[in-house]
Design a protein around this ligand. Structure first.
Ligand code: HEC
Ligand code: HEC
Ligand code: HEC
Ligand code: HEC
Length: 216
């Protein structure tokens, strides 16, 4: 009896510790770049501004009030394979809106995070963050990455018993497409407490993330 209670206390304690340490949100994650500002501690401003947002990012569809400069030469080739069924996959460019382009405006390693379209007040406020180096720099080609920027439509799941049909709406963008944000939530680290596999939409334990879409 006493043993059981001790176990229960330990289990509850564990729950408490994990929920405190891995609370959802940007604060304290690698996307919290507030410490690199010359003045102030704003955090959302690295990606969003309430006024004067990046018009180039609002080309087709509504970009979320984007505040980072886009890469100048964007044309990120995308994945293909003999068994890949989607037909509308398209290279990601500056002239067609894709939420993946927003991630790549920092993660292609050409534009430093904190290259503001509309700098935060006070005037002249800048960030000391340099361009992304190392593993988080995906470069300018997505041909060796999981496919993004295509419609997860019934036409690809029909006859394919290996895919959940239809795709989980909450993982897709407003046009029903798979994007970076299908697997990553740039605002939330909670599903992957290990900071080295950050911002996942679901845990990688048992590959749960993948099993939301793939039946394998
Ligand atoms: C490192 C970049 C980054 C930071 C920092 C960031 N966001 Fe975002 N945000 C994005 C991207 C990329 C999208 C579009 C992809 C998506 O829908 O998840 C987005 C989408 C959104 C959206 C629209 C879609 C939705 O989820 O409702 C809102 C609202 C939003 N962000 C609010 C915020 C707020 C508030 C903060 C600060 C607490 C913040 N964001 C910080 C990158 C960021
Ligand atoms: C404003 C610039 C900016 C934007 C926009 C941005 N990121 Fe990041 N992201 C960063 C920086 C800076 C880091 C830390 C890089 C490092 O540690 O080398 C980071 C880290 C990450 C990491 C963790 C990498 C690691 O090494 O642990 C992931 C995953 C990630 N970002 C995914 C995304 C995705 C997906 C999007 C779009 C939905 C996005 N980011 C948008 C700046 C950005
Ligand atoms: C199918 C799911 C999926 C999609 C789509 C996806 N990622 Fe990832 N990403 C992952 C997983 C899983 C990891 C962790 C890999 C690992 O453990 O090494 C990761 C890791 C990363 C990292 C850290 C890499 C490193 O080695 O430090 C970055 C940065 C990143 N992703 C950005 C992006 C961007 C930008 C996009 C869109 C172009 C994207 N991801 C699309 C699943 C995905
Ligand atoms: C949001 C849904 C979603 C998630 C999450 C997801 N995938 Fe996918 N994945 C797809 C779709 C849709 C395709 C395209 C399938 C096709 O056209 O045959 C695909 C394609 C692939 C392919 C290439 C198939 C081919 O025929 O070349 C592989 C491999 C793959 N995914 C593995 C993974 C792994 C591993 C994970 C987890 C890290 C993952 N996926 C997460 C939806 C997803």
């Amino acid at each position: 009896m006493r043993m059981k209670r001790a176990l229960l206390v330990m289990a509850l304690g564990g729950l408490l510790v994990s929920s405190m340490a891995f609370a959802a949100g940007v604060t304290g994650t690698k996307h919290d770049l507030s410490g690199t500002l010359t003045t102030g501690t704003q955090m959302c401003v690295f990606c969003h501004t309430p006024h004067g947002a990046n018009v180039d990012a609002i080309l087709a569809g509504t970009a979320p009030l984007w505040n980072q400069d886009l890469t100048a030469t964007a044309s990120f080739g995308v994945y293909d394979s003999g068994s890949f069924d989607a037909t509308d996959i398209a290279a990601i460019t500056n002239t067609a809106y894709s939420t993946s382009l927003l991630c790549l405006s920092c993660h292609d390693g050409t534009v430093a995070p904190g290259t503001f379209y509309n700098a935060p007040n006070p005037a002249g406020n800048t960030s000391s963050e340099g361009v992304i180096l190392g593993g988080a720099n995906l470069g300018n080609s997505l041909t060796t990455s999981h496919p993004v920027n295509f419609t997860y439509a019934n036409s690809i799941t029909n006859g394919d018993t290996g895919l959940v049909d239809p795709g989980p709406a909450t993982f897709l963008d407003s046009a029903g497409k798979v994007q970076c944000s299908s697997c990553h939530d740039p605002h939330d680290n909670a599903a992957t407490p290990d900071v080295n596999v950050a911002f996942m939409r679901d845990t990688l334990a048992g590959s749960a993330l993948c099993l939301n879409c793939h039946i394998k």
